[in-house]
Design a protein around this ligand. Sequence first.
Ligand SMILES: C[S@@+](CC[C@H](N)C(=O)[O-])C[C@H]1O[C@@H](n2cnc3c(N)ncnc32)[C@H](O)[C@@H]1O
Length: 500
Amino acid sequence: MKTENRVYQAYYTKSEPIVSYMLSLLDLKGSEKILEPCAGDGVFIDPIINLYPNIQIDALELNELSYTNLINKYAQKNSVKIKKTDTLVDNDLLFLCSMGGGYDAVIANPPYGAWRKPEERKKLKKSYNGFYAKESYSLFLFRCIEALKEGGKLSFIIPDTYLNLHMHKDIRKYILTNSKIKEISLFPSSFFPGVNFGYANLSIIALEKCSFLKENLENEFYIFKNYQTVEELGNQMSKNILKINLKQSEVLSSSDFAFITNGNKKIIDCINSTKETIGNVCECVTGFYSGNDKDFLKVKDKSIRNSKNYEVANLDLVEFNCDSNQINGVIGDKTFVPIVKGGNQKYYKPDNWFMFWSVKQVDFYKTNKKARFQNSNFYFRKGIGVPMVSSTSITASLIENRLFDQSIVGIFPKDESYLYYLLAFFNSPTCNKLIRTINSSTNNSSNYIKKIPFIKPNQIVLNEISNRINNIIIQCKTKGNFDIQLEEQNNDAIYSIYGF
Ligand SMILES: C[S@@+](CC[C@H](N)C(=O)[O-])C[C@H]1O[C@@H](n2cnc3c(N)ncnc32)[C@H](O)[C@@H]1O
């Protein structure tokens, strides 16, 4: 895409059902003062002035050509004021916001992922209280809520990523504490005609500005999803549509203030009401990268998957019994250590990969720009490795006396007596349902893993699960597979603990 296009991200809302649904959410009476912060060619302005010819609209637009077209188009309309400006840094708007806002309604399809020069982004981040500035739509949302009067209404069409991605937690907190959400509709971006955003899902959010925190926290609203056609938007009685009822105080008390939009009520309630999370009871960290695996990583033999580009290790040079004494390198002849890599294998991964780990070499890792000698106090400790990306279900395997690489999240229970229970848990369908509800992609980054609810089993169940895991690990080490019944018994026990 040409840089100019990436600046404006001018995807116009050429869809009558979307426009009319968004307008209906404003519930206009005709006497309002309205802001259109990124007016484009006026798709929202036209139906409003058709209904209310004298309604006041301030239309802001950055692009010279679009601005000129708007000036010509609304030349006869004194009530529509067009301004060529960058809405995000417009001083008049900023001043209005500092006075508590002045608009009765805002309607917008802001640019998504609009490109900005790094120095501009830095400035934006600063002036937007440290908000995530790489994705401009959330800044538009913030500024437009600020620009509303008390009780003013907003209707925005934006990607759905602000609902649960970690980087958008500040905008979530702001919305939850400064407004009453009326409703949110989620639908595929293919409903939007003729453009491919690269965003899987879009959302339309309607809210009302409110400065009474107690009222905001008490406010309940619905998230609507599962629309089959664009015409169904706004017709919430349609039987296809899934309704998720949420209370703002519940969302605010969930970790990172995430809106949970997947999964059944039991799972959502478990996530929202949990007293303890994996993040409370474990350290969750990413592992090591040599900076140049091709030269420093060796493989056991050429039958190992993806071993084509790696040399075979001399196993006589491997120190298998590593502990924290080897963090800074192995002294002596044995200069390689086992490393656990990605790949979805449950419970125990055999020692197939080895990293060059002499003291001199570790010094290199510590200073090399490409290498990641990170979280080194966890190297060679007992923990659980979860690959950052899972193929279907989340999987976990034991890390002990070994290094783990950066494609793995290392999970280290603060109380080691839960190690085997957690290893069973991370391989269970229960855990998979939880993490996919927290984040629907197959990404298991530590931020998401930390949010998984942790429920302590009683001592008897803990012992039973741990014993079965002990057997599974012995079987994996000795014969390379395990008795599936042991796993099923563990899964049943974890189902009973969590209730799903
Ligand atoms: C996604 S389009 C939407 C246009 C129209 N509201 C619609 O829905 O069809 C975004 C518009 O915002 C304009 N724009 C992009 N960045 C802007 C900024 N920082 N300030 C004001 N307008 C901006 C673009 O030129 C484009 O016309």
